[in-house]
Design a protein around this ligand. Structure first.
Ligand code: NOJ
Length: 509
């Protein structure tokens, strides 16, 4: 049976500032992406997701949008965007763009008007006197409220430069429906929805218990029941366009059941399954996430890294003396992820095995998390360092020679460039290409569910029709179950025993 393209797509996240710089200003841009589309087609992904490229003062790397219907000159023009979509489609790549509906930039004309006292009801303004109206904390540290010169306070769940919209105002609904149409009319295949479980705040804006400020499935801040109405409206718009347009929500929840609420048939098509990304290197933990997800969600997704979290090569290597174990585990986790039913989201650079850059100098760091926590939190710049494409020294082909990228690249990334790895059959880039090719070849032959086979406690073994996937998270080799041949391993596999920190796909007719 034909399934919609997104049901088993592999989507590649492009953090636009850090992908490829064609203009030579040290910042990635749309023409840079366009030039590199053949690389992505050859890698074997089905779609790209572009992080925000809209006009923005860049207080949060573009997640502070000043105009939802244009391209920031830093990244190019609308004509560049159109050309990018045309070329991507010609190469068989779908294009998702990021929609940021929880907040705008403080430079958005609506917020500037609100500060002048016009249309304040589009945002969340309250009287508070000398103290903020409640005890809510910003996700980026510090109070979630900032006082305006006339004494009122406005809400910002993120930086003060990102005022939260008031979704109880119908004007906000109408505006975003129009923004969706604007990009759908330009040919995008779908949207990634930023902070999709935000948007509505509980009536009366009640105080939170101090220990209860973190992301939650449902709280006065997150996961309000009213938010689902927004996605029902959006779904109608998406469904009114030809060609299986879709939306994936950035939804942080406590359980797969709560995630499933966003995926009811008249709401979002997909949501990121962060439980997979948050799981430690443990077969038991992975098994639980897989079981919980498949029990609750009919269109699952899997993701190991994105522009907000420590790269998984580094996460999995944390605390280990063996410096190559993080990469070995990252490759193994990728293979397990690609064997699961549903779609997979990759983050740029993971195909090169890039680690988190932990030693960025404080003066180079740009994430508001670092600034607002006064350096006590490193922030997310370490996973956003511009990609190394080619050459022996920075900027490694990211920018033209002689141009310094917006974040400095490590001196030892020459061995990790796409160019070097393309020439090495043992490279991580080569492994990603092979894994994606193997997945494509199996497309259509795999049932929707998985069957667990008996396995040692530290290993996962499951089948999907002719495919058996084995992942060894333990410290001892694991015997491989009966099979015809090994389709692919995350490291060399002899056919009988799977070494620790390794995964393999077996053909079992
Ligand atoms: C989630 C985005 O992925 C992150 O980068 C951003 O800082 C916040 N939402 C706020 O928009």
């Amino acid at each position: 049976m034909e399934i919609p393209w997104w049901r088993d797509a592999v989507v590649y996240e492009i953090y636009v500032r850090s992908f490829a710089d064609a203009s030579g200003d040290g910042v990635g841009d749309l023409p840079g992406i366009r030039q590199r589309l053949p690389y992505l087609a050859e890698l074997g992904v089905d779609a790209i997701w572009l992080t925000p490229f809209y006009p923005s003062p860049m207080a949060d790397g573009g997640y502070d949008v000043a105009d939802y219907r244009d391209v920031d000159p830093l990244f190019g023009t609308l004509a560049d965007f159109d050309a990018l979509v045309t070329d991507a489609h010609a190469l068989g790549l779908r294009v998702l763009v990021d929609i940021v509906p929880n907040h705008s930039s403080a430079e958005h004309p609506w917020f500037k008007a609100a500060l002048r006292g016009e249309g304040r009801d589009r945002y969340v303004f309250r009287d508070g006197g000398d103290e903020p109206p409640n005890n809510w904390q910003s996700t980026f540290s510090g109070p979630a409220w900032t006082k305006t010169p006339d004494g009122q306070w406005y809400l910002h769940l993120f930086a003060p430069e990102q005022p939260d919209f008031n979704w109880r105002n119908p004007e906000v609904h109408a505006e975003f429906l129009d923004v969706l149409r604007f990009w759908l009319d330009r040919g995008v295949d779908g949207f990634r929805i930023d902070v999709a479980m935000g948007l509505y705040k509980a009536e009366g804006l009640p105080d939170l218990p101090p220990e209860d400020q973190a992301f939650r499935s449902e709280s006065p801040i997150w996961g309000r029941p009213e938010v689902h109405e927004v996605y029902r409206e959006w779904r109608k718009v998406l469904d009114s366009y030809p060609g299986e347009r879709m939306a994936i929500g950035e939804v942080w929840t406590d359980s797969a059941e709560d995630l499933a609420l966003y995926l009811r048939p008249d709401e979002l098509h997909q949501s990121f399954n962060f439980a997979w990304l948050e799981a430690p290197w443990s077969a038991t933990a992975f098994r639980k996430v897989i079981d919980d997800t498949l029990a609750a969600v009919t269109a699952p997704t899997w993701v190991l890294s994105n522009h907000d979290v420590v790269r998984h090569v580094t996460r999995y290597g944390e605390g280990l003396t063996n410096s190559t174990a993080g990469l070995a585990r990252a490759r193994a986790a990728l293979l397990a992820m690609l064997a699961l039913p549903g779609s997979a989201y990759l983050y740029q650079g993971e195909e090169l095995g890039l680690p988190e850059v932990k030693d960025l100098p404080p003066e180079a760091r740009q994430d508001p998390v670092f600034r607002r926590s006064e350096g006590s939190l490193p922030g997310r710049d370490g996973c956003r360092v511009p990609l190394p494409w080619a050459g022996a020294a920075a900027p490694y082909g990211f920018s033209p020679d002689g141009v310094g990228p917006w974040l400095p690249q490590p001196v030892d990334w020459a061995a990790l460039t796409a160019e070097r790895q393309a020439a090495d059959p043992g490279s991580t880039l080569h492994f990603y290409k092979e894994a994606l090719r193997a997945r494509r070849e199996l497309r259509g032959a795999l049932p929707d569910g998985i069957t667990w086979l008996d396995a040692p406690e530290d290993a996962l073994v499951f089948t999907r029709g002719p495919l058996t996937c084995v992942l060894n998270c333990g410290t001892e080799p694991v015997p491989l179950p009966p099979h015809e041949h090994v389709l692919i391993g995350s490291a060399p596999v002899d056919g009988y025993l799977l070494p620790p920190d390794t995964a393999a796909w077996l053909h079992t007719p």
